[in-house]
Design a protein around this ligand. Sequence first.
Ligand SMILES: Nc1ncnc2c1ncn2[C@@H]1O[C@H](COP(=O)(O)OP(=O)(O)OP(=O)(O)O)[C@@H](O)[C@H]1O
Length: 274
Amino acid sequence: MIEFKNVEFSYEKGAPILKDINLKLGDTSEEVIGILGPNGAGKSTMFLNLVGMLKPTKGEILVDDQPIKYSKRGLNELRRKIGIVFQNSDQQIFYSIVQDDITFALHNLGVEESIIQERLQQVLIDLDIVKLKDRPVQYLSGGQKKRVAIAGILILNSEWILLDEPTAGLDPDGKQRMVKLIALLKSKGQKIIVSSHDMDFMYEVCDHFHILQDGQIVKSGTKDSVFRDEGFLKLCKLEQPWLVRIHEKLGLPLFANEQEFNQFNNLAQTTTEK
Ligand SMILES: Nc1ncnc2c1ncn2[C@@H]1O[C@H](COP(=O)(O)OP(=O)(O)OP(=O)(O)O)[C@@H](O)[C@H]1O
């Protein structure tokens, strides 16, 4: 469980970017958590505070009931629990060959080579980058680099993964791959927090949401409570997902997932047949 307690953060004195954030993340019903917010709302700043790269100017962040410790040892422990994939993949790719880059952190930790190779094979398959294994990173496309960056975090087997704007710069195929990847990770029990203002994508992949507006959490909840109020979303400089707009237009309930839709559809068919 992650808890933000009265967290404030300022880059410059007297100009807080995060303002009194109180949040609990990781209830059992929350598998993929979405942080929604327009450009500049403070999403990346929040993530950087969560992984200890920035320290709250007020308040504290607790992980499994323990306040984050900012000593070298404390941060190493935190890194084992929470991994972050940055918006810009170049920020976290350091080695020139794909497999070297993915495995370097495990090599640094002194993990046994057979375990490294086993985990490497798994992430290469999960990310669909088996064929890229020996390729130089500099010749990869943006979408391929993104998958390599994610592989380098996934291989660490951390309990939480933070994905900061994971669809930024991706084409429709890249976005669809990201949707499938998140579904795969979710099915494996990976805890994920995603930040984005790509509302259609977030609607598809997340099941619990927090809206961050101008450094404050202004709304939290499930699809039904967060996406229905178009006026409120507009005030937050966010768009209603197109699927929600269609539902509203047709007067249909908002289905949280395919399973709920199928149940509704079966019921409707049974009623028509009668
Ligand atoms: N290193 C920094 N120094 C000073 N101000 C910063 C720094 N990094 C970010 N900011 C400011 O903090 C505010 C929040 O930025 P942040 O990147 O956290 O927002 P975001 O919601 O992630 O936006 P985006 O969707 O554009 O990535 C912005 O006004 C930004 O200009």
